[in-house]
Design a protein around this ligand. Structure first.
Ligand code: 13P
Length: 342
């Protein structure tokens, strides 16, 4: 492992003013997104949609540091035959790859999940590196309720798998994005999310240490401390920012170069406002930025709606969200910038 090189890639991913585009929806998830705009999900429509995003040159060169791809996409070529990976590289962004194989039911723990994909991972990483991937992602999904879930078992097995994945990535000279996601589904309040996220992060870093993962060569992709979507007690932007920063200070070693949040079902503007408010608090040991899927793609997906004549509108919508989040990564976003663009 060349740690200096891994650290360089990790720092590049969290350069102030830039963040990560998560475009790694599995075939099942992208179908759900396309169903929402009445577009058939085929190899070709998925390619056209993603090509539209990756050819948004203003956003890609100024605001996007890296793109997380799905296995299908990393091997795909654009309409003119150029590999999509090359288009990303030419914009100056770094190609990345989702390497987990989704979740399955966790035995003996009703309602809980464990992420699969460690089998043959070392071989797959080698091929992804050759194709240009310099970072990877593995998502652990932690369900949450008011008292019983998550179990210690679910936290433990998911943290163990995250650390095994991260160690294999570093061995293959690929920066691991470690993503333990505590879901927003449910009616729990923000303090319950905080408490569960704290347990999850503590266990994750314990496992990372046990499996000798070099913290300087990784990125953490956590959820923010937020109330459940159905909670009767919603939280202000300031409360989310203050509690998320406190949570991270308690759990994340300063040796980690950067933290790139998932959006997890927050509205586009909430995801931006929360990131901005955290960066305004300042004085943190790590760079804080975005690694958004839905909060970057909902607007362009709708503007495109599967029609070639809407590509420019889709790119405009993507460019706007990328710019708003770029400003938030520096604490320079203001709500009226959204209104001006509307
Ligand atoms: P969301 O921002 O839509 O949560 O997606 C980010 C991601 O990569 C989830 O694994």
């Amino acid at each position: 492992m060349n740690l200096a090189e891994l650290n360089k890639v990790a720092l590049a991913l969290v350069t102030p003013g830039k963040g990560i585009l998560a475009a790694d929806e599995s075939s099942g998830t992208i179908k759900k997104r396309f169903d929402g705009i009445d577009v058939v999900s085929s190899e070709e429509t998925r390619r056209d949609y993603r090509e539209m995003l990756f050819r948004s040159s203003e956003a890609m060169t100024r605001n996007i540091s890296g793109v997380i791809l799905y296995d299908e996409t990393i091997w795909q070529n654009a309409r003119d035959g150029t590999p999509l990976v090359k288009i990303i590289e030419q914009s100056g962004a770094i190609p990345g790859i989702k390497v987990d194989e989704g979740t399955q039911a966790l035995p003996n723990c009703s309602g809980e999940l464990v992420t699969a994909g460690l089998d043959k991972l070392a071989e797959r990483l080698k091929k992804y590196y050759e194709r240009g991937a310099r970072f990877a992602k593995w998502r652990a999904v932690i369900n949450i309720d008011k008292d019983k879930i998550p179990s210690m078992t679910a936290i433990h097995v998911n943290a163990h798998a995250l650390a095994s994945y991260a160690a294999l990535c570093q061995d293959a000279q690929i920066v691991p994005i470690v993503e333990p996601e505590v879901l927003m589904d449910g009616d729990h309040d923000i303090d319950r999310c905080y408490e569960v996220s704290q347990r999850v992060l503590n266990k994750t870093f314990q496992e990372l240490r046990i499996q000798r993962v070099a913290l300087e060569g990784m990125i953490l992709k956590p959820n923010m401390a937020v109330p459940g979507k159905k909670s009767a007690k919603q939280a202000s932007v300031e409360e989310v920012a203050e509690k998320t920063v406190r949570l991270l200070k308690h759990c994340v070693p300063a040796a980690v170069p950067g933290i790139a949040f998932l959006s997890g079902g927050q509205s586009d503007e909430d995801a931006t406002a929360h990131l901005n408010a955290m960066n305004r608090i300042g004085g943190l040991p790590w760079h804080l930025t975005f690694s958004y899927g839905r909060a970057l793609q909902a607007a362009p997906l709708k503007a495109w709606s599967g029609k070639a004549e809407n590509v420019a509108a889709g790119q405009r919508a993507f460019t706007h969200r990328a710019r708003m989040n770029s400003l938030a990564s520096k604490g320079e976003w203001k709500a009226d910038l959204e209104k001006k663009a509307a």
